[in-house]
Ligand binder design. Structure first.
Ligand SMILES: NC(=O)N[C@H]1NC(=O)NC1=O
Length: 174
C-alpha cells in the first residue's frame, strides 16, 4: 500500500486498518489521522511515536496495560487480537513445555506485582529463550526504567505491524 493510498483513506477505513498497530489503542490511530498527509510510512510511524511520547506517565502505563500477557490464559482461550495471537504463536508461546509455561506464569506474575503493568516485549524480535531471559532480568529493573523499556517495545511491535499492513495490501480487507 502506497503512502498516497494511506493518505486518501477516509477516517473509518484508516482506523479499521491501522487501529491495532498499538495493541487495543485505536484512540492513537484516530488521533494521528488528523496529521495527514504523511510523507512516508516512517512519517506515520513517527506521528504515532510522538503521540505516545507526549502522554503523561499514566497514559504510557495505560498503553502497557492494554497488552495481554505472553503465554497467558487468553492465548489458549483464543481471546487475543489477531495480531497478538500471530506474534505469540510464531514465537512458540502456545507450545511451551510445562516447565517453561510455569516459569513464564510465575515471572509474569512477579513482574506485574512489582510494576503494576504487564511485561511487554516485541515477540517477533525474540525467541522463547530470550523472552524468558529478558523477563527474568527485567523484573529487577526500576519502575521508571521498565516503563520506558516497555514503551520502546510497544514501538517496535507497532513498526512491524505497520510494515505488515502496508506490505500486504490491507485495503483489500476493507
Ligand atoms: N505482553 C506482550 O509483550 N505482548 C505482546 N508482544 C508482542 O509482540 N505481541 C504481544 O501481544
Amino acid at each position: 500500500m502506497d503512502i498516497s493510498v494511506v493518505n486518501a483513506l477516509p477516517y473509518e477505513d484508516f482506523v479499521s486498518i491501522f487501529g491495532n498497530v498499538v495493541e487495543k489503542c485505536p484512540l492513537i490511530t484516530a488521533a494521528v489521522w488528523t496529521r495527514r498527509p504523511f510523507t512516508s510510512l516512517n512519517a506515520l510511524e513517527a506521528a504515532i511515536n510522538e503521540f505516545i511520547d507526549a502522554l503523561p506517565e499514566s497514559g504510557k502505563e495505560g498503553i502497557l496495560r492494554c497488552h495481554p500477557d505472553l503465554a497467558g490464559k487468553h492465548l489458549h482461550s483464543g481471546a487475543l487480537t489477531r495480531e497478538s495471537q500471530e506474534e505469540q504463536t510464531r514465537v512458540g508461546m502456545d507450545a511451551l513445555s510445562s516447565a517453561e509455561a510455569s516459569q513464564m506464569a510465575r515471572l509474569n506474575a512477579e513482574y506485574k506485582g512489582r510494576f503494576g503493568f504487564p511485561f511487554v516485549i516485541c515477540a517477533r524480535m525474540n525467541d522463547k529463550v530470550t523472552i524468558l531471559r529478558e523477563l527474568s532480568e527485567r523484573c529487577r529493573n526500576e519502575r521508571a526504567a521498565e516503563r520506558a523499556r516497555g514503551i520502546a517495545e510497544v514501538k517496535k511491535i507497532c513498526r512491524l505491524r505497520l510494515q505488515g499492513l502496508t506490505l500486504s495490501d490491507a485495503t483489500n480487507k476493507l
